[in-house]
Design a protein around this ligand. Structure first.
Ligand code: ASC
Length: 151
């Protein structure tokens, strides 16, 4: 009986800590470093796709797919690193991230939606599809930066 109660309490704590997304970072500066690193990787892989879509480098469907795969995965990572206390320090994050969380979440959802379209586009293997989808993702990046990132 008593054991069951302990198990229940432990379970509740585990759930609470899982819900507390920024608990994975020991210090705010760790979270800031993490989200910047994720965005650097997003930029690297998105830029390769963009270069192909814009005809700056030769189009290779396999290369586009490989880069999209990394982008899709890593673009899910930054958001949990905008927790409490990470508004100060070595960051260009605007206060609006915390004061208008619904809008910030909507900007993340927009990126996810455009990213899914990019995923569909790289699968067709057609440069025209890539060209349309990469613009959607780029607009989502820019939209969020315009609203939530200092120059
Ligand atoms: C990138 C990058 C962005 C977007 C944006 C598109 O490669 O780092 O923030 O594309 O410039 O307009």
């Amino acid at each position: 009986m008593f054991i069951k109660q302990i198990a229940r309490v432990v379970g509740v704590f585990a759930l609470l800590s899982a819900m507390c997304a920024h608990a994975q970072f020991a210090k705010p500066e760790d979270a800031i470093k993490y989200r910047k690193a994720a965005m650097t990787i997003m930029n690297t892989h998105f830029a390769r796709i963009a270069a192909m879509a814009q005809g700056k480098i030769p189009f290779d469907a396999k290369v586009a797919q490989d880069n999209e795969e990394v982008f899709a995965t890593v673009s899910k990572l930054p958001w949990s690193a905008f927790g409490e206390g990470t508004d100060k320090g070595d960051t260009k994050a605007k206060a609006e991230i915390w004061s208008d969380q619904a809008k910030f979440k909507a900007a993340q959802d927009k990126l996810l939606a455009e990213s899914l379209k990019l995923n569909a586009a790289v699968k067709t293997g057609k440069l025209d599809d890539l060209n349309v989808a990469f613009k959607g993702v780029g607009a989502a990046c820019k939209g969020c930066h315009d609203g939530f990132k200092d120059k």
